[in-house]
Design a protein around this ligand. Structure first.
Ligand code: UDP
Length: 440
């Protein structure tokens, strides 16, 4: 993300103009559209850089900000941007980054990178203690970022990360009260300012904008809401693995059988359709019929936030992408954690061990992208047990629920007027305006 000043044309003082350049993946673009809205609501001007193809997916966002009269413009650029011949680092523009990580995971990533922690570890199952972490944290190499899923990606990521570390500050889609210790430690160790301005998804105040978030859903939203309205509060479990995770067909079937065995109502977002004939075949071969009285299957893109925040939802099976995790926290529902790759295993640790807002389903390693991996990592029994624990009546479950509700209240307080994130947006804008004005 870069920043430039622009005059407001009247007072002569500079009004902050943020130029947002998201990485082209839904997990980055979506929170940055929320960030754009948030900054503009606080008086800043925002240019949102994207490609024509991605701009088409953002029609809902563009229409919303226009209707709200916010100073947000979408700027379509053809890639590669280098063709524009921009000068390298000569303009004195303060640079902020947004990695999409929470403070906890950013800190782990920093420590791993700076200590070359994984270099000499040959056994994927060896437990590694993260040195200098403010609380005891042990993970196997198989669960640490660095064990990424795309061959050849590691070097590119390292270069990107080195560049990130040279920036003037970092924006995080989290809130201070959620992970104060880790955010402060990260600021100290990385020697840079971290602006927690989230949960940014809270900038959506009605189901119209939550429904249009990220992409158009293939199903009728009204029908989905009607289905949810017909369910008892807190009775439905929502299952979704984000926009990138590639769960194997075998694992999808096993998960479905676990959901069926749990006998709990569910909404399940899956990648099915013609590209996944095995899954389609299995769904049609009795499964959909057997669960039709209590299960809704969404193929493709779901209006996740709209669903999660409905009162019928009582639990969330998540892949622990940070956006999904923070959206789950805002929904005030406990989670079943099912990480697939990247920093998702770290987010799982934060959710389960630190915040105590959920239970692990028991994934032991990365789900490789695009591989012919056949094995089932999580059995139907493990799914059934986790769902019944989360949606059951026991004392431990009740405590999970209470903590989740309490955390959601804290999230809203942080985001609302005079809360820590609200104040951070203002301070961030102010600091950028001061810097620009100082540059003349
Ligand atoms: N999302 C959605 N509908 C879907 C899948 C994902 O709205 O069917 C949204 C979800 O609410 C979140 C983002 O896409 O805002 C996914 O980001 P996350 O960091 O959770 O995971 P990623 O997709 O990057 O793995």
């Amino acid at each position: 993300m870069t920043f430039a000043g622009s005059g407001d044309g009247e007072s002569g003082s500079e009004r902050a103009h943020f130029v947002l350049v998201p990485m082209m993946a839904q997990g980055h673009t979506i929170p940055m559209t929320d960030m754009a809205r948030l900054l503009a609501e606080h008086g800043a001007q925002v240019s949102f850089i994207t490609t024509p193809v991605n701009a088409a997916r953002l029609e809902g966002f563009t229409a919303d900000v226009k209707a709200a009269g916010l100073a947000v413009q979408l700027v379509e650029l053809h890639f590669p941007a280098a063709e524009f011949g921009l000068p390298d680092g000569e303009l004195g523009i303060p640079r902020l980054t947004f990695s999409g990580f929470c403070g906890f995971s950013s800190l782990v990533r920093y420590i791993i990178f700076h200590n070359n922690l994984l270099e000499h570890v040959t056994d994927d199952n060896e437990l590694i203690t993260i040195p200098g972490f403010p609380t005891l944290l042990e993970l196997t190499k198989a669960k640490l970022p660095g064990t990424l899923c795309v061959p050849g990606m590691e070097q590119i990521r390292e270069k990107m990360y080195e560049e990130e570390l040279r920036c003037d500050g970092e924006i995080t889609n989290s809130f201070k009260e959620l992970e104060t210790l880790y955010i402060e430690s990260y600021e100290q160790i990385a020697r840079k300012k971290v602006w927690t301005i989230g949960p940014m998804c809270l900038c959506h105040r009605n189901s119209n904008t939550t429904a249009a978030r990220g992409n158009k859903a293939p199903m009728d939203e009204a029908q989905c809401l009607q289905w949810l309205d017909s369910r008892k509060p807190g009775s439905v479990i929502f299952v979704s693995f984000g926009s990138l995770a590639c769960t194997t067909p075998q694992q999808i079937v096993e998960l479905g059988l676990g959901l069926e065995a749990s006998k709990k109502p569910f909404i399940w977002v899956i990648k099915a359709g013609p590209k996944f004939p095995e899954v389609e075949e299995w769904l049609a071969d009795g499964f959909e019929e057997r669960v039709k009285d209590r299960g809704m299957i969404i193929r493709g893109w779901a209006p996740q936030v709209m669903i999660l925040w409905h009162q019928a939802i009582g639990g969330f099976v998540t892949h622990c992408g940070w956006n999904s995790t923070i959206e789950g926290i805002c929904a005030g529902v406990p989670m079943i954690t099912w990480p697939h790759f990247a920093e998702q295993f770290l987010n799982e640790k934060l959710v389960v061990d630190v915040l105590k807002l959920g239970v692990e389903v028991g994934v032991q390693g990365v789900t490789q992208w695009g591989s012919e991996q056949q094995e089932v990592m999580v059995t139907r029994d493990a799914v059934e047990t986790a769902v019944n624990t989360l949606m059951g009546e026991g004392e431990a479950t009740e405590e999970l629920r209470m903590r989740a509700e309490d955390c959601a209240i804290k999230a809203r307080r942080a985001f609302d007027e005079e809360g820590s994130s609200y104040n951070n947006v203002r301070l961030l804008i102010q600091e950028m305006e001061n810097k620009t004005n100082a540059c003349g």
